[in-house]
Design a protein around this ligand. Structure first.
Ligand code: GDP
Length: 140
């Protein structure tokens, strides 16, 4: 399988509970390498832009509120099949449906406060990385 890069976020519900290290450890244990990382408190405009694909969904307002409620850690992860691997380690969107051992099963509070984001495909990974990072910030 090819070496890929994917975009990951540790969401405000998790940074506020001081879970950045525990979540990053799970990603690293799965073989993913953090090649870029920074802590940002996103503005409403940044959150609306990042989640624009969901703008017509009924939960959009709640999503933007949740994502601007505290700091977020944005990361780029690298590894073999990194996009799918990250999604596996994250677990299902709703923690009630997430498999044992996944980040969302262990740490998420609800479907809205579900601790992490991860890109779902190569195209979205490239777009999401470019949304938050410039090329010189990626250090493999
Ligand atoms: P993901 O790729 O697993 O993060 O899931 P989606 O792309 O479907 O949704 C993006 C994010 O929107 C999720 O991670 C949740 O934070 C939020 N979300 C999705 N569905 C719901 C919902 O039914 N209610 C609320 N409050 N938030 C939701």
């Amino acid at each position: 399988m090819a070496i890929e890069r994917t975009f990951s976020m540790i969401k405000p519900d998790a940074t506020q509970r001081n879970l950045t290290g525990k979540i990053t450890a799970k990603l690293e244990e799965a073989g993913l390498r953090v090649v870029a990382s920074k802590r940002v408190w996103m503005s409403r405009q940044q959150a609306e832009g990042f989640y624009a694909v969901h703008k017509d969904r009924p939960f959009f307002g709640e999503l933007v509120e949740t994502m601007t409620a505290g700091p977020t850690v944005v990361q780029v992860l690298e590894g073999e099949g990194a996009i799918l691997k990250n999604r596996e380690v994250m677990g299902a969107t709703n923690p009630a449906n997430a498999d044992a051992g996944t980040i969302r099963k262990e740490f998420a509070l609800s479907i809205g406060e579900n601790s992490v984001h991860g890109s779902d495909a190569p195209e979205t990974a490239a777009q999401e990385i470019a949304y938050w990072f410039s090329g010189i910030e990626l250090v493999g």
